[in-house]
Write a protein that binds this ligand. Sequence first.
Ligand code: ATP
Ligand code: MG
Length: 187
Amino acid sequence: MAVETTYTAPSAGRLFFALWVPPACAGTLHAMAGAVVGRSGGRLMREDTLHLTLAFLGDIAERRLPALLEHAAGLSLPRVPVCLDRLGFWAQNHILFAGSSAPDPALGALADSLQESLKEAGFLAETRAFVPHVTMLRKLLHPGKLPALPAQAWEAEEFALVRSWRSDRGAAYETVARWPLQAAVVS
Ligand code: ATP
Ligand code: MG
């Protein structure tokens, strides 16, 4: 009798590249999201998990991880200004996020060039239009009137490869590696 086996290659997990939100901004966003939860409910993201996703890879086979790390290490990507100055709500996925009313084009260019390079190297099947945002709160059904967000601005100096999984405390993230973004060369 033939025995059928299905072999699933070991996975490195759900991976994504992101900019981490600096502690001062994370504190502000977390406090504002906490106030919204107090009024309207929802599930608060933990302060230390706040991030801005640049490229989402999904499940990557464990054996491809060394090549992915090498690829990322070989990139030369510039530092970028980030400015979050508005809260927004997506009714389709019940997410409250911090975004930019006028994102600096350099941030979109960074995400685009990272996504393009990952696509060319075969790590990304499709590239998606990049919408810079930091998820603050999930499962929000009725946001009510959102508070104004005082502008939170910084320069991103590094990017990270992150593994995500679902824990009983919500999404959990682990930084796999991080690399510096390059300062502009003044000539
Ligand atoms: P959970 O899905 O468990 O509620 P999560 O959305 O934070 O938590 P992931 O789904 O692993 O965890 O996503 C990690 C990051 O990548 C998040 O910032 C998420 O918004 C983003 N992301 C997820 N799926 C996509 C996608 N298809 N395209 C672009 N970004 C995505
Ligand atoms: Mg998700």
